[in-house]
Design a binder for this molecule. Structure first.
Ligand SMILES: Cc1ncc(COP(=O)(O)O)c(C=O)c1O
Length: 382
């Protein structure tokens, strides 16, 4: 493809930091670079604790462990999300309860949540689609009103805010991703954001295979031992070195991505009616990070035609999540076609345009020009 859908971000100092890490001989987890990443993230998430993890998937699994989600429990979450949001619940033997999304932001529809709460509901896992915040005041109110925990899947949300607060730092817990497809990357990686002081100690134990090794390293106990269930959720410091270089350039990366997002929006949103398309909606409280740009088309057939037309012109465009409630696992949890009409409609009609840090202005222009021409071809066909 002449213009790929995405390219993993490189900011310049990654190899230098990896060399530094190798020279230090500390390449396991929680070395000097992990500490530097943690410091940068804890400046963003002021007042919270941040633990680097091996992925957002694992950070979400840690959320379920920390909140003691287990058999008999239910957790509300959108179906329009990545499998990891639901797996974190299902792995603990709990039942994911899928809720439809809002037409505008494609985030969980807060007006539908209350009706899905039962005496078994333990938590709500909110997803900030494309780094555009979900309605967090409303979600907090519902959670507090029913004694539920609130988790933010902010896999795509680093650097974005809702009401001035960083995504992932508003609920009880948050999860970030540094997978190669995200704004800031280290190949595979993530972080757990702990916004409640009472969960911090246990989070460090769960992350260290269920041991109190962190307290041992801090000199707080004279030997370390098995104190809880847990797993190995800490990434190598080599990955943290790569990540550190990226995090130091977070603002520049997000500024560039946001500029491309704004360019797409500026050219396409005035043509919505004429072209019968829908571009992203940004609520007033949201300040997004330019993670992704999507267009909703009239039908699934039109979406597939546009993807094929763009591909024929050398430009890679892709659809996104296949609704989880329509999957074989969704059926096992009692869901099926027709249950979540907005999710089913938007997932079938959505196409994402190329968007990556190193993308040039000329490439962005070509993406829009080609899209307009592919959309025009469809219009003039008999
Ligand atoms: C909403 C959401 N949650 C979780 C994940 C999983 O992230 P990771 O690949 O870091 O495990 C993704 C990945 O794309 C995602 O989009």
């Amino acid at each position: 493809m002449r213009i790929p859908f995405s390219r993993p971000c490189r900011t310049g100092r990654e190899l230098e930091y990896i060399e530094e890490c190798l020279a230090s001989s500390v390449i396991a987890g929680d070395g000097a670079f992990t500490k530097r990443c943690k410091e940068i993230l804890e400046r963003i998430y002021a007042g919270s604790k941040v633990l680097l993890t091996t992925s957002c998937t694992h950070a979400l699994e840690m959320c379920s462990l920390l909140l003691d989600i287990g058999p008999g429990d239910e957790v509300l979450l959108p179906s329009f999300t990545f499998v990891s949001t639901a797996n974190a619940v299902a792995l603990r033997g709990a039942r994911p309860v899928f809720v439809d999304v809002r037409e505008d932001t494609l985030n969980i529809d807060e007006s539908l949540c209350e009706a899905r709460v039962t005496e078994r509901t333990k938590a709500i896992f909110v997803v900030h689609y494309g780094g555009v915040g979900a309605q967090m005041e409303a979600m907090r109110k519902i959670a507090d009103g029913h004694g539920l925990k609130l988790v933010e899947d902010a896999a795509q949300g680093l650097g974005a805010t809702w009401g001035g607060r960083p995504l992932g730092g508003i609920g009880d817990l948050g999860a970030l991703s540094f997978h190669e497809s995200k704004n800031i990357v280290c190949g595979e990686g993530g972080a757990l954001i702990i916004n409640r002081a009472d969960l911090v100690d246990r989070a460090t134990i769960i992350r260290e295979k269920g041991t109190n090794r962190t307290r041992f390293l801090q000199g707080l106990v004279d030997k370390y031992t098995w104190t809880d269930i847990g797993s190995s959720y800490l990434p190598s410091d080599i990955l943290a070195a790569y990540l550190c270089a990226q995090l130091e350039s977070l603002d520049a990366v997000n500024r560039r991505r946001r500029a491309i997002f704004d360019y797409y929006l500026g050219r396409l949103s005035p043509l919505e009616q004429e072209l019968r398309i829908r571009t992203p909606r940004i609520p007033a409280q949201a300040s997004p990070n330019g993670h992704l740009f999507y267009v909703l088309l009239e039908s699934e057939e039109e979406r597939n035609r546009v993807i094929a037309g763009m591909r024929a012109a050398g430009i890679m465009c892709v659809f996104h999540y296949v609704p989880l409630h329509l999957s074989p696992m969704g059926a096992r949890f009692g869901f099926g076609p027709g249950d979540l009409p907005v999710t089913e409609s938007i997932a079938a009609r959505l196409v994402r345009l190329p968007l990556f840090y190193q993308m040039t202005d000329e490439e962005a222009e070509e993406v829009v020009d080609t899209l307009l021409s592919v959309l025009g071809e469809g219009r003039t066909r008999p």
